[in-house]
Design a protein around this ligand. Structure first.
Ligand code: ATP
Length: 513
């Protein structure tokens, strides 16, 4: 595979062929930026969701769940700022007619300087070997210093333009930096315009201003408006959190890159309500906790990094992303935001209802501050799929396609395979399958040669295959084959469940947190 685009294409092809992800409405040539999850996709998605949900609500006795409606009172989105400020600054290239987010063009441009710095540092490391002092090198190397100055200059102009909502200044920065359209290669840009991302629809049959409602662009607001309902009914004391997963909708303009950016997607959000003044402490706490959740999966550590926001959203006093190395480079996977009392405070103003917490220790009530963790389920799915996929060269010269999905998240945990279709093996295999299926997501397969069946399970990402042969009938043993090492072992039938569970139980992830 040569380029990142090839990598993504291969992954999309694999996801389709093996029932993970399909283009939505494909028989009508598809609907852009919407996707459907196939038989294995839905299992993986459910498993990721369950891992998140249990890590939040089961491991923390001060976090409870909620499932709020997608439709909300229209004033919700006035109070949240989405009606007035949920905009993307867009710019078109006049030659390619392609549309881009102006801030994304600039961030990617900054990324190129950052890559240059990392290359210089790598060169230095090779040159100086053991004696290499990275901090000193970064502070003194002229090439690194020059690139860092460029980054600082662009970041400062970009921040000033975004903060002042100065779209002309944003365009000028793109021109001054000589940023070109990747398709046409020209710098022939239109003006920058703002575009609201919410989908609007009409409630009931009457159309008109008052009946316009929106498909929620984030799940968080359902949590904020239910703050008191949950706090009182579940008798929660600050600090406490409310977790929710569910669909969100955004009329994304630049919707490319498969399930990374969709118009209909799913979020997993947790709002943590805290005492004002403690936000820094909780921000650091949740940054650490969320990174631990990711790292427990065992994907390579170098796939993750934190990225502090240059421009803080209207509600935030600190914000960062956990970025993941997707096939198209490092991109946002999860956001961690310190939201102050912006949300509850504004809902108080717009609803006229008090949204306060009465602190029995101080005998005072206050509007709590909020610390949010927000991750896209579909992005997490893509992160896992892209890290898991490998075209592996085998010692015998063949290649196999394998999905090394972390075993507790794998859609099928074990495949039960009779070696041949006779001598009573299928019946025996069926009997074993019927027992295992009560606890594990299993698959029975008797079609094709055993080698082909192993390959099929590798491509789906099944961590274990057990093979039933004449020894099963004679001695009650089966062969168990592990996906990643392809090692085979003979074990008693009665041991299979314990051995498989050892690796595939969600507990294996949760106990690391
Ligand atoms: P981006 O900058 O990539 O547009 P964002 O900063 O607007 O993302 P948030 O509003 O912080 O995203 O949403 C929280 C999470 O929801 C993101 O980290 C991402 O994982 C997910 N998400 C946001 N927009 C989309 C989308 N269009 N498709 C899929 N997932 C999304």
């Amino acid at each position: 595979m040569s380029t990142n685009e090839d990598k993504l294409k291969t992954l999309i092809g694999h996801a389709k062929e093996y029932g993970y992800v399909f283009q939505s409405s494909e028989i009508y040539d598809g609907l852009s930026a919407t996707y459907d999850y196939g038989p294995y996709g839905v299992e993986l998605k459910n498993n990721i969701r369950r891992y998140w949900w249990e890590a939040m609500t089961k491991l923390n006795d001060n976090i409870v769940g909620l499932d709020a409606a997608i439709f909300m009172h229209p004033l919700t989105w006035k109070a949240s700022g989405h009606v007035d400020a949920f905009n993307d600054p867009l710019i078109d290239n006049k030659d390619s007619k392609k549309r881009y987010r102006a801030d994304v063009l600039l961030e990617e441009h900054i990324g190129k300087y950052a890559d240059k710095i990392e290359k210089e540092v790598e060169k230095g490391r090779k040159k100086f070997g053991e004696a290499f002092d990275e901090a000193q090198f970064r502070a003194t190397n002229p090439n690194v210093k020059r690139a860092q100055e460029r980054i600082d200059a662009v970041v400062s102009r970009m921040k000033a333009a975004l903060d002042a909502n100065d779209l002309a200044a944003l365009r000028q920065l793109i021109i001054d930096e000589e940023i070109k359209c990747p398709i046409s290669g020209t710098g022939n840009w239109t003006d920058v315009r703002q575009f609201n991302l919410m989908f609007a629809t009409e409630l009931g049959s009457v159309s008109g201003e008052s009946s316009t409602i929106y498909l929620r662009p984030e799940t968080a607001q359902g949590i904020f408006v239910n703050f008191l309902n949950v706090q009182k009914s579940a008798r929660m004391k600050i600090p406490f959190g409310i977790a929710q997963t569910g669909k969100a909708f955004r009329n994304e303009i630049v919707a490319r890159q498969f399930i990374f950016r969709m118009r209909e997607f799913e979020q997993m959000e947790m709002q943590f309500f805290i005492k004002p003044g403690t936000q820094k402490e909780w921000y650091d706490y949740w940054k650490t906790k969320r990174m631990e959740w990711h790292r427990a999966l065992g994907l390579p550590a170098e796939n993750y990094r934190f990225h502090d926001h240059i421009k803080l959203a209207h509600y935030a006093d600190a914000a960062c992303d956990i970025e993941f190395k997707f096939p198209m480079g490092f991109k946002e996977l999860e956001g961690i935001h310190s939201r102050t009392d912006f949300d509850l405070g504004n809902h108080e103003k717009f609803s006229g209802k008090k949204l306060r917490y009465f602190d029995t220790e101080t005998n005072e009530s206050h509007v709590p501050y909020v610390l949010e963790t927000s991750i896209g389920l579909d992005r997490m799915f893509l992160a896992i799929l892209s890290a898991a996929y490998e075209e592996e060269k085998l010692e015998n010269g063949e290649t196999r396609e394998v999905l090394r999905i972390p075993a507790p998240l794998a859609p099928v945990k074990v495949a039960v395979l009779p070696l041949i279709k006779k001598d009573g093996l299928p019946g025996k295999a069926r009997a074993i399958f019927d027992i295992l299926k009560l606890d594990l997501n299993c698959q029975y397969d008797e079609k094709d040669s055993i080698g082909k069946r192993y390959r099929r399970q590798d491509a789906i990402g099944t961590p274990y295959c057990i093979t039933i042969d004449d020894k099963t009938i004679a001695h009650g043993t089966v062969t168990i084959r592990e996906r990643d090492s392809m090692q085979q072992e003979t074990v008693p039938v009665a041991e299979v469940q314990r051995i498989v569970n050892e690796k595939v139980d969600l507990r294996r992830l949760l106990e690391q947190l």
